[in-house]
Structures are given as structure tokens and as C-alpha cells.
Write a protein that binds this ligand. Structure first.
Ligand code: DX5
Ligand code: ZN
Length: 217
């Protein structure tokens, strides 16, 4: 079954706990938490105290933390302590990839590796064995509401095939420009089983229906 991970980048930050609860009650499988440092990308978002508060308010939620930052290794322990379930960082970031994956796993979290549209998919292959999740970016990260780049579909197909060859089963997630009626079915067909959606969930008039539309794919 396809899982949906609403990205709170498009939520109303004045009522963040209620927004998360609303989509979880509607059937969302996890909450996607985008951390931006104003360095790896130009934008800033939110960080540790926000996750700590959400974890307290939603003790049973699964938090899918996406670190869009230059030095993920520095923050692994802090995000694990703040309540992350899975910590995903970028293959384009500046820290040692294997050390960062090992640090995430040592904290008891699932390790995820994200890949930007312009990075060749094969760069992820050497790390697949230690990963719980691969996050294929459908947009250049930094902002919600951008148009999906179809290069993500080729990456998903290549990852699905490589995982099949090696009998590995990380979650294959796609993030950015994912819409239930257009790009999401293409992503599922290409091998994605987790759909990250920000504006398509939190911007919908009926958020519960939006969550269900993704889960039914
Ligand atoms: C992009 C973030 C995404 C973003 C997706 O920088 O990683 O998680 O919130 O937003 P939509 O779904 O609106 O493209
Ligand atoms: Zn994200």
C-alpha cells in the first residue's frame, strides 16, 4: 500500500499541532518535517524545539525528518532525542555519508538518503544496504509548491530495479511536486511507496480527502 507523508512546510505554523493531528486522524502514515539551514538551501524553516513540541503533542506519530542542511552529522543525536523516527539527509551534503548513516542507526532511527534532481541516481547505490528510506527529490529543495521534474521517475525506476536485484526493501519516497491526480500515480508506477506532499495536502480545501486520495493509489 502507498503511504503518504504530509510535509508541514505547507501547514499553518500558528496551529501546527492541530494541523498534524488533522492529517494523522485522516490516515496520514507519517509527518514529513523539512529542516532547512539557509546554507545548503537559501531558505530557513524550523528545527529542534518544534520537533520536541510536536513529539510531546503526538506521542504515537511517526516523524519523517528531512534534513536539508550542510552538516547533518552534527545534528543527528539532537534530532533523534527530539523525537525523530527516521532521519533523512542529502547525499550532496558535506559530511561523510557512511558515518552519518551509522550515527543515525546508532540512535535507533531509520536512516534515509535524499537525492537532488541533478545528482545521478547511481551515487546512492553503494549505501542502499544500510538505508530504511531513499528520498527522491521531484524538485530542487528549498520551497513548497514547485513543479515536479520528471527525472525523478527515472530515478525511482532505477532504484526499484537495483533494490530488486539485491533483494533490499527500503521505503522509496518521492518529495516535491507530488499531486494525487497527476504526478503521484506516475511515481507509484515508477516504484515509489511513500508520497511526500505539502501543498497538495495542507493547501487542499478537504485535507482528509486529499490524504485518502494519495493512500488509495
Ligand atoms: C522541498 C521540501 C518538500 C516540500 C514539498 O524543499 O523538501 O518536502 O514541502 O512541497 P510540495 O509538495 O508543495 O511540492
Ligand atoms: Zn522534504
Amino acid at each position: 500500500m502507498t503511504k503518504v507523508s504530509p510535509s508541514i512546510l505547507s501547514a499553518d505554523f500558528a496551529r501546527l499541532g492541530a494541523d498534524c493531528k488533522e492529517v494523522l486522524d485522516a490516515g496520514a502514515d507519517m509527518i514529513h518535517f523539512d529542516v532547512m539551514d539557509g546554507h545548503f538551501v537559501d531558505n530557513l524553516s524550523f528545527g529542534l524545539p518544534v520537533l520536541e513540541s510536536l513529539r510531546k503533542a503526538l506521542p504515537d506519530a511517526y516523524f519523517d525528518v528531512h534534513l536539508i542542511i550542510t552538516h547533518p552529522l552534527t545534528y543527528v543525536r539532537d534530532f533523534a532525542d527530539a523525537g525523530a523516527d527516521c532521519i533523512t539527509f542529502h547525499i550532496e551534503s558535506s559530511d561523510n555519508i557512511r558515518s552519518t548513516i551509522a550515527a543515525i542507526r546508532a540512535c535507533g532511527c531509520g536512516a534515509g538518503l535524499a537525492i537532488n534532481p541533478n545528482t545521478p541516481v547511481e551515487t546512492v547505490f553503494p549505501y542502499l544496504g544500510g538505508l530504511s528510506l531513499v528520498l527522491v527529490m521531484g524538485v530542487t529543495p528549498g520551497h513548497g509548491g514547485q513543479a515536479f521534474q520528471t527525472s525523478a521517475l527515472d530515478k525511482l525506476r532505477a532504484l526499484r530495479a537495483e533494490c530488486g536485484r539485491r533483494n533490499l526493501n527500503p521505503m522509496l519516497s518521492v518529495d516535491g511536486g507530488v499531486k494525487a491526480s497527476t504526478t503521484a500515480p506516475q511515481c507509484v508506477e515508477a516504484g515509489a511507496n511513500v508520497l511526500v506532499a505539502g501543498s497538495a495536502v495542507f493547501g487542499a480545501a478537504d485535507r482528509a480527502a486529499a490524504v485518502q486520495a494519495f493512500r488509495s493509489l
